[in-house]
Design a protein around this ligand. Structure first.
Ligand SMILES: [Zn+2]
Length: 461
């Protein structure tokens, strides 16, 4: 009889040193569909007991037909262990729809907030009491969002994310790290390279004790390798001109040349307002093209500098929404992040991370508007109007969708004070974001918000 090999897991100690993980990408989800955001209520709290077991290695028992594992696990010593129990909140990065819903599918109740770090940051205050009183697990898919975004975690809510980026980027992926706070609640993070890996970690935490204060990982048993997916050895080809370099996988030459053409058209238009565009960017801008992934996600890494997209031909198969205008607009949006980051480093004072998220995304949306024009922008982003009533009611603190809300605030700023003033805010030397707005518009924040509301009331529904 043919032997059936069944997946089993072994917890192994993690090497804390070597592997250099490419984590410098500052990513952001570009507005496509707002599908990844889910919020559910947390379950009732039950008491979390902390078992005082001290064991070495916990092995899940594979099926009896499985031959013995040949994995040599690292030594794992922990004085505190935890099994998934009690009230739980999941805080999820981009690219976690499967793992985010996994516990629900196996009957474990958990609160859920996320779909991206900046979305979490914008909603922490709303759900804070529930989150604070529950055990928390941050599920992070490092292939979909940059781990560096964690460094922007708001200071006042840091207790559910007691991890430093140095700590997180120093451990080989995938791994889990649990800490226990003063009230005995677990503050955990799982960083993996895929949604499926994250699910595996949750599955193990549901079924057995896992170590606290020690980073741990899972070692899989041997199964047949898959074909046709993303492989580590996917070779990238590059085409370049003066300002851009497009890196793309084999077979995507047409996508690459389209992107190069669009990027040059976008840059040409942006140079009307940013004559120093490539001086500010500092070097040739790399455009990364991926053959797989969520087409609505694009990202920018100002330090490299690079901007990344799913190949237009792949996106077009998903929806006709992802057309040439969408790409041109998105190239402008991502360049916006690079410009903002560079300007803030050049001029000093408040930094990009100090900007409200709606300004960071709104600036990208404003550059999209400059490039594709008001008519096309309104056609493609008509849904942004749903954000207006909340801003009229509560000003910028009423913004829940930072893309839509940011787009409206920036459009107001542009309409009332001119594009030059919008740019002047990004090149101010003021120490705070609102200080820069006041300096360039002569309005206090309160006055600015009042004028914003009046202007929004003039937008036809
Ligand atoms: Zn963005």
């Amino acid at each position: 009889m043919k032997q059936k090999r069944v997946k089993g897991w072994i917890l192994v100690g993690v090497k804390f040193s070597t592997m250099l993980v490419a984590l410098s990408i500052i990513s952001c989800s570009s507005p496509g569909t707002n599908k990844e955001v889910t919020v559910t209520s947390p379950p009732e709290t039950t008491i979390v007991t902390s078992p005082s077991v001290t064991n070495k290695i916990t092995v899940t028992v594979p099926s009896t037909e499985t031959p013995p594992e040949t994995v040599t696990p690292g030594t794992l010593v922990a004085s505190d262990w935890w099994k998934l129990t009690g009230s739980l909140y999941l805080l999820t990065s981009q690219g976690t729809s499967g793992s985010g819903n996994y516990l629900q599918s196996v009957g474990v109740k958990a609160g859920l907030l996320g779909g991206g770090m900046y979305y979490i940051f914008s909603r922490l205050s709303t759900y804070w009491s529930g989150i604070q009183q529950a055990n928390t697990i941050i599920l992070f898919n490092a292939s979909a969002e940059s781990v560096m975004n964690i460094s922007d975690w708001p200071t006042q809510y840091r207790e559910v994310c007691p991890f430093t980026t140095e700590e997180l980027t120093g451990i080989n992926l995938p791994f889990a790290l649990l800490k226990r706070d003063n009230n005995g609640l677990i503050r955990a993070i799982v960083v993996a390279t895929s949604d499926g890996e994250l699910t595996s970690f949750l599955s193990v935490m549901k079924d057995q004790q896992v170590p606290v204060n020690v980073a741990w990982t899972l070692s899989y048993s041997i199964i047949a390798a898959g074909k046709g997916g993303v492989t580590a050895l996917n070779k990238k080809i590059e085409i370049s001109d003066t300002n851009f370099c497009v890196a793309y996988p084999e077979g995507y030459d047409t996508d690459a040349s389209n992107m190069l053409t669009w990027a040059n058209q976008v840059a040409g238009k942006l140079q009307n307002w940013f004559p120093d565009l490539f001086v500010v960017i500092g070097s040739r801008l790399t455009i990364e093209i991926a053959s797989t992934g969520d087409p609505s996600h694009a990202s920018a890494d100002p330090t490299r500098p690079s901007i990344s997209f799913v190949a237009p031909s792949v996106a077009a198969k998903a929806s006709s929404y992802y057309d040439a205008d969408w790409y041109a607009g998105n190239i402008a949006h991502e360049i916006g992040h690079v410009i903002l980051d560079r300007y803030r480093k050049l001029f000093g004072g408040y930094q990009r991370a100090d900007c409200p998220n709606w300004f960071d995304e709104g600036f990208g949306e404003y550059l999209r508007l400059l490039v594709i024009g008001e008519q096309k922008f309104n056609e493609k982003y008509g849904r942004y109007k749903s954000e207006i009533p909340a801003i009229i009611a509560n000003g910028t603190s009423g913004i829940s969708d930072v893309y839509a809300g940011g787009a409206w605030v920036l459009r107001f700023m542009g309409a009332a004070f001119g594009t030059k003033t919008v740019i002047a805010v990004t090149t101010s030397t003021q120490g705070t974001f609102w200080g820069a707005v006041t300096e360039k518009t002569n309005l206090t924040q309160a006055q600015f918000e009042e004028q914003l509301k009046l202007w929004l009331k003039t937008i036809p529904p």
